[in-house]
Design a protein around this ligand. Sequence first.
Ligand SMILES: Cc1cc2nc3c(=O)[nH]c(=O)nc-3n(C[C@H](O)[C@H](O)[C@H](O)COP(=O)(O)O)c2cc1C
Length: 355
Amino acid sequence: MKETVGKILEESVYAPSGENCQPWKFAMDGSNINIFNIPEADVSLYNFEQKGSYVAHGALIENIVIVALKYGYKVSVKLFPIKEEPNLVATLTLDPTNPRELPSYQYVAKRCTNRKEHAHRKLSADQKKQLIETARESGLGELKIIDDEESLNVLGKALAVNEQVIFENKRLHDFFYEHIIWNEEDQGKAGGFYIKTLEFLPHQLKGVKLFKNWLILKILNKIGKVSRMIAKENSEKYANSGALAVVVARGNSRENFVNAGRVAEKVWLKATEFGLSIHPCTGVIYFMERINGGDIDVFSENHLEIIKSAYADIAQTFGVEGKTIPMLFRIGYADAPSARSLRMKPNILFDGGIK
Ligand SMILES: Cc1cc2nc3c(=O)[nH]c(=O)nc-3n(C[C@H](O)[C@H](O)[C@H](O)COP(=O)(O)O)c2cc1C
């Protein structure tokens, strides 16, 4: 079983996570897999109360359920089995069963983030229906898709507030640059974005290299409003998406975030089956989680205002005011990504029980 669990986890950790931080480790206890969150793995301003990481854990759990069945194990999931231990995200119990390869299995390895521009092609009505149904039948959350031009333009502007803030807030700026992996050979050693997966156009890449220097960026923002120009380019890219979609959670608890991650992964795997590309754009929604949680000192007055207004536009356009949005993504047709992000080998403690 030890060897099989190793294989199951090696395949399953291809789940998405914020900045590819892979915030998980595992301890086997008999036929149980205990999944732990590593809070230090993602200390970004986006990851308020580990909610972004919990979404990543949801995607991971969904993969484990699919992959384990292929290896002959049915999985029961218990989220946060010890109430006071927020880092023990789940205990999965594996029961032997007939091996079965679900249609989604082959897409676990194929799924990836694709940040390329979309072609001018909409999703078909049937694709949208099936994606929405995939979320609905999980019973864990809801998917809403928007693809009319007017709404996409509103959403494009709202989402690009993230880039404006990144290039005006030193803490976010520094975090972003600390998590860029510039050379291919440095991939797979730690989390972070391999530069090629960010799909910058040649002129953008020149800018990204120059703006690494905060002082230069500050001056350019003052004389040339560079952060606004970056936001404008991004807003156009977002507005030109085939569609934009949100996963709406059933509440705002940590369990709801994990479950929304499961829904997001189910939808992502289905979209991959359809040959569609997905690019999460979650900056504004996670800034808003932080603001709603009362942690506002990290933002300037102006940024608080534009984030709140952008979030209101997003919630209103999707018709989800007052609800929690743990995932928002562009979805559409695009050329294949220029590169794929790698993973570290999963850290598994055998016969470790609950620590
Ligand atoms: C909760 C969550 C939020 C994310 N938000 C963003 C985002 O705002 N922008 C982005 O480019 N990628 C985002 N991603 C995608 C991750 O960066 C991506 O999954 C990770 O780098 C691994 O790459 P892969 O999806 O190609 O395997 C997010 C992923 C998760 C799980």
